[in-house]
Design a protein around this ligand. Structure first.
Ligand code: SF4
Length: 745
């Protein structure tokens, strides 16, 4: 043992990993203020000891010298360290005149993916949004997942009522446009997918992958088929067509709850596999066989993810995935696509069971392109034009929360230029990165190890029901304003209460109003029951106790409370997924809406596109196990090793373009050009080039030293930001035409 280490301060902490959607339970060992080891927590009821290479990088993230620890305020054009009071005073001084002169919509909000892993940010972002009441709310959802949220909302009544494969009991799993071997699930929280896929195959099950790249998941599958980027909708519609055409429907237990089977039949009738095959790149015989296998399998599920969302038919694809599950009797059945039963925060466990208001879109539209609002948001890809275009409602100020659209959204360089035109910009972030370098004030986030945590969203998407809570591993610096209080303080400024407002009193006020709505005349008793807590933990206590597994504030003795979850560092297992229809439905009809009018009406758009020839070369993204979006490239343990931001091309395409292996190419798309190293690989479908996203570091004024040393090229700099899924507003990241040529030409 290291003689300098005092054994008295050796400690082991359980921590939910905040680095991706898998949410593994980690064991973090510390000696004093040093991290001495990180491993998967064997006693974690959900992830059971699993850890991926990113999990170890939590140490690098916590210790990263580039991570901001002090507020920065722009003075004389330079971002300079400032006190918290100075930073909030600057926000008040600059924000209020903009609100007063131009109204609430002149201030935009943008929230990024890391906020989903911080309970304080996720729960209090909504407080800020409400205080601002701006229509200009943007998030990473419209970059990769809004189509699934929309189709689920329309079918089941809430945006997060998303069915996930019950993989441990499934015998046949079709994965489309997803790479869970690398991601461990997305909109499906499934740590150790590798182990679960292996077990599926070991019990005689079958894994089929459809993807334009022979991915890491395809490599362990029984079958892989290339699909043309953007062609998934034709494949899925043709599979649905086959079910009707060949009499393979098996509606099962859900039959009384399925509304619109006939409308689906009529809608997919034109998509015979023999017509769809050329456009999707999967031959008709294979399409028909896959439909038959899906229908015949006793326990099966179809799972589609990023590739099916990031295209102009994203909503249609997301819908058809669950149409296939429903038509074959695999929706809401063990081994099929099932709904989690989250212990807290799930709208499909709140209110009266079985019926609800459902979801609507288009309650307002973006000013310039008239893109419809979806779940309170406008597409991230209209943010630049909303800043650039003069007129009433022009965005003049922006508040970003863990959001880096300059690298993560199509048209990144255009967004960067637009940010320079803002009158004022505030960022809550842990880095001085490609987006926050444009800010006037940066409020530093905390290390994920410095605050408590409960996953608000992911238990709603999990492969197994559970409740887990993480205590802080380290104390934050004494003066570091917690992130939830940073958001509340800006909310107080927006409400005209001033930068010095008592945010704890404001928190009390917000919570009391929430509780009054839910508990009515019993509100004071509920408030009393949670009186020892503040901030996110109080909201969690309320949600857990009022939730489906909760103690109902004493009415259900033995039910969950925060204290009970806290007392179980490895979490509380709440069992395997169980059938939930009709109880979980929140549609106005009280049925599963299999043929929502909005989606059915969009299918003719795809039909018109059925005979469109594919461009010679199109681009798709790529996920690497050592990366997740743009914010992990500064962590040495993940950055080392071979260059990861390379363009993968089929050898035939590379040869045709005059590109030898490991040559540097100029890749040009509708949005611009980048220079990138090309790697020839027959894992790519001919006609497709793959470039991972989230790169393009090293820009002037950033402070991410490790990332700047290997900056990579930005996929988003290639893309046309005007191309979207018209229903969900999701960006099209896959399938845009590009040209590759040797750099010297
Ligand atoms: S898969 Fe890796 S990054 Fe994701 S939660 Fe687990 S350990 Fe963390």
């Amino acid at each position: 043992m290291d003689k300098t280490v005092n054994p008295a301060i050796e400690r082991t902490h359980h921590r939910i990993c905040p680095l991706c959607e898998a949410c593994c339970g980690l064991e973090v060992r510390t000696h004093g203020d040093r991290i001495t080891g990180i491993r998967g927590a064997e006693d974690d009821v959900f992830s059971r000891g699993y850890i991926c290479p990113k999990g170890y990088a939590l140490k690098d993230l916590h210790e990263d010298p580039d991570r901001l620890r002090t507020p920065l305020v722009r003075r004389n054009g330079e971002l300079q360290p400032a006190s918290w009071d100075e930073a909030f005073a600057e926000i008040e001084q600059r924000l209020l005149p903009i609100l007063a002169a131009h109204g609430r919509d002149a201030v935009a909000l943008s929230v990024g993916n890391p906020s989903a892993h911080k309970m304080g940010l996720l729960l209090y972002f909504n407080r800020l949004a409400k205080a601002l009441s701006t229509k200009n709310v943007y998030s990473a959802s419209t970059l990769d997942q809004m189509p699934k949220q929309l189709s689920s909302g329309l079918m089941f009544g809430h945006w997060l009522s998303i069915p996930v494969p019950d993989i441990e009991r499934s015998d046949w799993l079709l994965v489309i446009g997803a790479n869970p071997m690398v991601s461990n699930g997305s909109l499906w929280t499934v740590p150790d997918f590798r182990g679960k896929a292996k077990a599926l195959r070991a019990r005689g099950g079958k894994l089929v992958v459809i993807d334009p790249r022979r991915t890491e998941t395809a490599a362990v599958a029984d079958e892989h088929h290339f699909v043309r980027p953007g062609g998934d909708v034709f494949l899925l519609a043709a599979m649905a067509h086959t079910l009707f055409d060949e009499g393979l429907l098996r509606l099962g237990r859900l039959e009384p709850w399925l509304e619109g089977v006939d409308a689906v039949q009529a809608a997919v009738q034109p998509f015979a596999p023999e017509r769809a095959a050329t456009r999707c790149g999967v031959d008709a015989a294979t399409i028909r066989r896959l439909a038959r296998e899906l229908a015949a399998a006793p326990r099966a599920a179809v799972y589609g993810r990023l590739g099916t969302c990031t295209q102009s038919y994203g909503s249609l694809c997301s819908w058809l995935v669950d149409v296939l599950n429903a038509l074959t009797g695999h929706l809401d059945e063990p081994g099929g696509a099932m709904f989690a039963h989250a212990a807290a925060f799930a709208e499909n466990t709140a209110g009266a069971p079985g019926r609800g208001r459902g979801v609507t879109t288009g309650r307002h539209r973006s000013r310039v392109s008239a893109a419809p609002e979806v779940w309170g948001e406008l597409p991230m890809t209209v943010l630049a034009e909303e800043i650039e275009t003069p007129g009433p409602g022009q965005v003049r100020a922006l508040i970003t929360v863990a959001s880096n659209p300059v690298l993560s959204a199509p048209g990144g360089p255009r967004i960067a230029a637009a940010l320079e035109r803002l009158d004022f910009m505030v960022s809550l972030d842990i880095y001085l990165n490609e987006t926050t370098r444009h800010a006037d004030v940066i409020l530093p986030g905390m290390s994920p190890l410095e605050h408590s945590h409960y996953d608000v969203a992911f238990p709603q998407l999990s492969w197994r029901n559970h409740a887990r809570f993480s205590e802080p591993v380290f104390d934050p610096a004494p003066d570091h304003v917690p992130e939830w209080q940073q958001l509340l303080r800006i909310a107080a400024i927006a409400k005209g209460l001033g930068a010095q407002a008592d945010v704890l009193a404001l928190d009390d006020e917000f919570v009391a109003a929430d509780v009054r709505k839910i508990a009515g005349e019993h509100a004071h008793l509920v408030m009393q029951a949670v009186s020892g807590l503040r901030g996110p933990e109080r909201l969690l206590e309320l949600a857990l106790r009022a939730g489906p597994h909760g103690d109902r504030f004493g009415m259900k003795p033995g039910g969950l409370t925060l204290a009970k979850v806290r007392a179980a560092p490895g979490g509380i297992d709440l069992g395997e997924l169980a059938p939930r229809v009709p109880e979980m439905l929140r549609t106005p009809s009280g049925k599963v809406e299999l043929a929502p009018a909005l989606l059915v009406a969009d299918l003719p758009r795809a039909l018109q596109d059925l005979d469109t020839p594919a461009p010679a070369l199109v681009v798709i993204g790529r996920r690497d196990v050592r990366s997740n979006n743009s914010w992990m490239h500064n962590l040495p343990v993940l950055a080392k090793g071979p260059e990861r931001c390379t363009a993968l091309m089929h050898p035939a395409d590379a040869n045709a373009a005059g590109l030898a292996d490991v040559a540097v190419a100029q890749l040009s798309g509708p949005g611009g050009s980048v220079h990138v190293t090309v790697e020839c690989s027959d894992t790519l479908m001919p006609g497709v080039v793959s470039l991972p996203h989230g790169w393009g570091h090293g820009q002037p004024g950033t402070r991410m030293t490790v990332a700047a040393a290997r900056p990579g090229a930005s996929l988003n700099a290639l893309l046309d930001d005007a191309v979207r899924d018209p229903l969900s507003g999701n960006a099209v990241l896959a399938g845009q035409a590009v040209v590759a040529r040797p750099l010297a030409v």
